[in-house]
Design a protein around this ligand. Structure first.
Ligand SMILES: [Zn+2]
Length: 159
């Protein structure tokens, strides 16, 4: 069973407590170790990300939201003491751990690896299918798929 390191815990500072709980449970469920690369992002850092194309919006959930917390985290696969971006399947495994943790805790989580809600899905196969459906939809619309496998955010819920 994996656990979060001190850098991961530090990077969760300022992140919404419900999202922190999901990440903390997910690491114990995940077959793939991961590290928290980023939680709360400053306005200046987000502007820089948009400028270099690493992010597409100034409406990022990494920025401090109205309730005073960041609503997004970036989780990177951790292999032999460093971040591993490939293969993509590592991120499907992390997403499945986040899915199970989110369902257990009743926290709605949206994944950047296809921009869908994880709580509606029942299995890793359904995560894969949802990701492929997103990519196919974008392609049909003549747009590039923007897949952000490390990114997880609180799903905004209507109140
Ligand atoms: Zn992110």
């Amino acid at each position: 069973m994996y656990q979060l390191g001190s850098r991961s815990l530090a990077n969760l500072k300022g992140v919404h407590p419900r999202l922190v709980q999901v990440v903390q449970l997910a690491i114990t469920l995940s077959a793939q170790d991961f590290t928290v690369l980023e939680g709360v992002r400053s306005l200046a850092a987000q502007k820089a990300n948009v400028a270099k194309g690493a992010s597409q919006t100034m409406d990022s959930k990494h920025l401090v939201q109205g309730d005073g917390y960041g609503h997004a985290v970036d989780l990177a696969a951790w292999v032999n003491g460093k971040v591993a971006w490939d293969p993509w399947e590592r991120y499907d495994v992390i997403a499945d751990a986040m899915r199970r943790a989110a369902i257990q805790l009743g926290v709605q989580i949206r994944w950047g690896g296809g921009w869908f809600n994880l709580n509606q899905l029942a299995s890793p196969a359904q995560i894969l299918a949802a990701r492929q459906a997103y990519t196919a939809d974008r392609k049909r619309a003549g747009r590039k798929a923007f897949l952000d496998g490390p990114h997880f955010e609180l799903q905004a819920v209507a109140r």
